[in-house]
Design a protein around this ligand. Structure first.
Ligand code: TUI
Length: 310
């Protein structure tokens, strides 16, 4: 299936994997790239040397292109920005901020830069400073989110920029993928469904929670601090929302959530861990390999669009 995104990145399917902190390590990234998508290692809040190690491990498992996601609130973002250049990473995606100050170095190194944006203004700014494409991520997504839905964000970003657009937030099957193309996207970024793939190393309890989730089972915490995060409803999100309603300070809220993602991913603590997931969790029905998932969703999308997979 050829689109501007498969051409830009030299991949087989226009599917990139979301840069999910703790979840998206080298096993998942290599599996997605080997299956013909673009796998991504998420730096999350990790130190730069961890990221370097992950890149080296991924290279042992795949000779296909893969990317690194840099979460710009990470205090080590400056160092990680250098590591991706030193290690010859082909693609960088960024989240939770504006990557403008790194752009010159990355472009000089020949890196394809794809910022994740949640607004038209940032998409335009990213095009102006040399981004190769943007991910337009709607509020249906998991983790740190913006306000606009995928349905309204993607076509407005499409109209505002000439570079390729990748739709994210709410895509978990062929219908969502086909819809993304109808909205003007050239590809999709998928997070939540990749959490339940066989190659993903998260604790089985986390996968089971996504598989069991219904349409209304996510909650958004952190609106009061300006850092909204979507995760599956559990003891942590309920406690957090209660404290927010009571007017708790940012420090108190931070203490409550500290280490939550690690607890969910590594320890399988589904009560007090942060089970970040998008609203598409309700569409995720079974664990499968990355290859099975990518082939299925592409075939479904092509059937809906009346296209043959080539
Ligand atoms: O970055 C994400 N999703 C994430 S990052 C993350 S790590 C984390 N862990 C614990 C607490 C909080 C975060 C989990 N999920 N998605 C991409 C994304 N970027 N969504 C929204 C944005 C965004 C928002 C505002 C990008 C830029 C922005 O403003 C930039 C500016 O300066 O104008």
């Amino acid at each position: 299936m050829k689109t501007e995104i498969t051409k830009l990145l030299g991949i087989e399917y226009p599917i990139i994997q979301g840069g999910m902190a703790w979840v998206a390590e080298y096993h998942l990234a290599a599996a997605v790239s080997n299956a013909g998508g673009l796998g991504i290692i998420a730096a999350g809040a990790a130190p730069a040397e961890w990221v370097r190690e992950q890149i080296r491990e991924a290279k042992k498992l795949t000779d296909k292109p893969f990317g690194v996601n840099i979460m710009l609130m990470n205090p080590s973002a400056d160092e990680i920005a250098k590591v991706v250049v030193e290690e010859g990473v082909k693609v960088v995606t960024t989240g939770a901020g504006n990557p403008e100050k790194y752009m010159k170095d990355w472009k000089e190194a020949g890196i394809k830069v794809i910022p994740v944006v949640a607004s038209v203004a940032l998409a335009k700014r990213m095009e102006k400073c040399g981004a190769d494409a943007v991910v337009a991520e709607g509020t249906e997504a998991g983790g740190h989110i913006g306000e606009l839905t995928t349905m309204v964000l993607v076509p407005q970003v499409r109209d505002a920029v000439s570079i390729p657009v990748i739709a994210a937030g709410g895509v978990a099957d062929g219908r969502g993928m086909a819809a993304a193309f109808m909205l003007g996207a050239d590809g999709v970024q998928i997070g939540t469904h990749f959490v339940v793939t066989k190659e993903c190393i998260v604790h089985q309890n986390y996968k089971d929670c996504i598989l069991k989730a219904k349409d209304i089972d996510t909650r958004v915490t952190g609106r009061s601090t300006g850092h909204p995060v979507r995760a599956l409803r559990n003891n942590l999100t309920m406690e957090y929302l209660k404290k927010e309603a009571e007017g708790a300070s940012a420090e108190e809220l931070e203490m409550l959530a500290a280490g939550g993602l690690r607890k969910a991913v590594v320890d399988g603590d589904t009560r007090t861990g942060s089970l970040m997931a998008g609203q598409s969790a309700g569409l995720v029905k079974e664990e499968c390999t990355c290859q099975e998932f990518i082939e299925r969703i592409t075939a479904e999308a092509c059937a809906l669009m009346g296209k043959k997979v080539d």
